[in-house]
Design a protein around this ligand. Structure first.
Ligand code: HEC
Ligand code: HEC
Length: 414
């Protein structure tokens, strides 16, 4: 809604220019290339979300309703306290502000926000999942997160959500006589329990478990990135309303934007309306332990072998629909220690930063980019920037314009 209003206001603001009002008030301080870059980053240019062909209920509102209930259901955990929302908190951009995850136990990566993840081809910091529905199946069985198992999850759906489930998907399999808890590869007897089941029973449980992920994904797709002051600025520029644009971003913020696009080199990896190239890079972060976390290098084989991937038996896609997975970048030394460039929308409100919360503040992070130290493992793609303290202030100020914000209405009155 707000976006439509903004576009309408921007269009109105453009009218005087079309009528040939004095060019003197229009003082562009941006090069043509910069103007193009600014538009390419604007939320107004986010393409419509395409259906997820591997999930036939991806845009079904009834599935989204069920998914929302599951997202907030703490019964889906070993201790009855952890739901997806335990870490993905709606009032904190669906993350938790912790340096590393703390669910049923402590993990080694930071919680990621959800908005925009429907546009991401490979999810998680290392890209080991290729859809939102397949992603959702991971945390439930992760001992540090929900600490649950798929058998328990299917039992919960059978007892608490049967009518909703069957109205969206096929009938529920019978769980009578099956173990209370079971999952392939699970510790503490869970794997043994899984192996007491016949292949047909296992397949039924897997299918129901996959459907549970598909409902959750339908809900997650409704969590959209929000408009920011920067988007208002970009729309004003698109409408040729320099004055309104200048009212929306301070001088320091505009300087920061110029550096973001130019000398700071940020836009090479943080580009497009979500400020990410969705690719994996080693940026030489401190505190890196390859024994614990090799990043993208380790996840390529994982996503390819995942039975819940786009090409697997539980996907609704044709194999030709799975081009991201079929043409996945083959393993290469450049992927050692590489993690996905995250979206920068709302980033100032999401400290600490990076995949393991390595930096407590934006300033610490910017100092890292400015110095570009050698990587503790693999090769860093960064080059030292040689920016002054003032310039770092400016980039930091610009990053704060990416916080969700209501955009003041048309600047003609000011
Ligand atoms: C205990 C905290 C915790 C819980 C519970 C949890 N997550 Fe997460 N979530 C994380 C962490 C940590 C990551 C990043 C992990 C990684 O990269 O290995 C993440 C990543 C994600 C991502 C990837 C976003 C992206 O841009 O790639 C999505 C989507 C997500 N979680 C959804 C869910 C859903 C759905 C559930 C419930 C079924 C859930 N999470 C439960 C902590 C949690
Ligand atoms: C070579 C690609 C690359 C360049 C250039 C780059 N970044 Fe990043 N950025 C990344 C990656 C990859 C991460 C996540 C790294 C990780 O956690 O392991 C990241 C993380 C971030 C984060 C933290 C986001 C979060 O949620 O934790 C911020 C803020 C950020 N970058 C800002 C910038 C700024 C500002 C610049 C320019 C000065 C810049 N980046 C240049 C790739 C890049």
């Amino acid at each position: 809604m707000r976006q439509q209003l903004l576009i309408a206001l921007a269009a109105l603001a453009a009218v005087p220019l079309v009528l040939g009002v004095s060019a003197a008030m229009f003082q562009p301080s941006w090069s043509t290339v910069e103007l193009q870059h600014i538009q390419s980053l604007s939320l107004a240019n986010l393409p419509p979300l395409q259906p997820d062909l591997s999930n036939r209920v991806s845009d079904d509102p009834v599935a989204a309703d069920l998914g929302k209930k599951l997202f907030f259901d703490t019964r889906l955990s070993a201790n009855g306290k952890v739901s997806c929302a335990f870490c993905h908190q709606p009032d904190r951009q669906f993350q938790d502000g912790r340096p590393v995850v703390q669910g049923v136990a402590k993990g080694n990566r930071r919680t990621m926000p959800i908005a925009g993840s429907a546009f991401v081809p490979f999810l998680f910091w290392d890209g080991r999942k290729d859809s939102q529905w397949s992603q959702a199946l991971g945390p439930i069985e992760d001992p540090a997160e929900h600490g649950a198992d798929r058998m328990m999850a299917v039992r919960l759906v059978s007892t608490a959500y049967a009518p909703e489930y069957t109205s969206i998907f096929s009938p529920l399999p019978s769980v009578e006589g099956l173990p209370g808890h079971a999952m392939p590869g699970g510790a503490n007897g869970l794997d043994a329990a899984w192996n007491t089941m016949t292949p047909v029973q296992q397949n039924d449980i897997n299918r129901t478990y996959a459907n549970l992920g598909k409902a959750i994904a339908a809900y997650e797709r409704t969590i959209k990135p929000e408009l920011t002051r920067f988007d208002g600025f970009a729309s004003a520029l698109a409408a040729g309303d320099q004055k309104r644009a200048d009212n929306l971003l301070s001088e320091s913020e505009r300087n920061g934007l110029k550096l973001f696009l130019g000398k700071g080199n940020c836009v090479t990896c943080h580009n497009g309306p979500l400020f990410t190239d969705n690719a994996f890079h080693n940026i030489g972060l401190p505190g890196f332990d390859p024994a614990r976390d090799r990043g993208r290098a380790a996840s390529l084989a994982e996503v390819a072998a995942d039975p819940f991937n786009c090409l697997g038996p539980f996907s609704d896609a044709k194999s030709t629909d799975c081009s991201e997975l079929r043409f996945i970048t083959a393993s290469s030394p450049n992927l050692e220690g590489a993690f996905r460039s995250p979206s920068l929308r709302g980033v100032a409100q999401r400290a600490p930063y990076m995949h393991a919360g390595q930096f407590a503040t934006l300033r610490e992070l910017l100092v890292h980019y400015n110095k570009a130290p050698a990587a503790p493992f693999g090769h860093s793609e960064l080059k030292a920037l040689g920016l002054s303290e003032d310039q770092l202030d400016d980039i930091e100020a610009f990053l704060r314009t990416l916080d969700p914000a209501s955009i003041p209405s048309n600047g003609r009155s000011s």
